[in-house]
Design a protein. Structure first.
Length: 181
């Protein structure tokens, strides 16, 4: 009979995963104060449910799932309020005209990502920014790894179709498709 490893202390789980989960939540919400609130709410919810979690569970995926659900609730609340474009994008070029153009473009991209269906947006962020595998994404979002891969692909395809045009489109398309693999 193999003895199961004891459950880690909840505080140790928070310490081990708070930074990456905070980054995930921030990338979903793109607003510091909301991300902090959602992270706190997610960890409180996780603490209340921790005793019911079976020993040996994938604690990281479980925390991601709770945080993702809390972020989704916050996004639904936000959707009921009038939206404003973020004004805190960094300046990327010395000319004022170029800076204004970049801010508009970044705002358009942020809006396009926010407009993706939740599972596509979450899958895209978890894969491209958090570096999770398709199996991990599937576990977090309750999908198969294949469905997680399809969600990332569909999100990238929608973004590519919206922003990539002209003669550069075929090469950009192949780069997008390569990122999904």
């Amino acid at each position: 009979m193999v003895a199961q490893e004891p459950k880690p202390e909840f505080a140790d789980l928070v310490e081990a995963h708070a930074r990456e989960i905070h980054a995930f939540v921030w990338r979903l919400l793109r607003e510091d104060a909301e991300a902090e609130d959602v992270l706190q709410s997610a960890f409180l919810r996780a603490l209340r449910a921790y005793d019911r979690l079976p020993r040996g569970a994938n604690y990281r995926a479980w925390l991601y799932k709770i945080a993702g659900n809390e972020a989704r609730t916050q996004l639904a609340k936000r959707a009921r309020r009038p939206a404003a474009l973020p004004e805190d994008f960094p300046a990327l070029a010395p000319s004022v005209e170029h800076q204004a153009e970049q801010r508009m473009r970044l705002g358009e991209v942020a809006q396009a990502v926010e407009g993706l269906p939740h599972k596509q947006r979450s899958s895209l962020i978890l894969r491209n920014y958090q570096g999770l595998s398709y199996a991990e994404i599937g576990e977090i979002l309750e999908l198969s790894p294949e469905a997680a891969r399809a969600n990332v692909y569909q999100a990238l395809r929608k973004l590519r179709d919206r922003f990539v045009t002209g003669p550069a489109a075929p090469s950009a398309r192949s780069r997008v498709e390569e990122r999904v693999r």
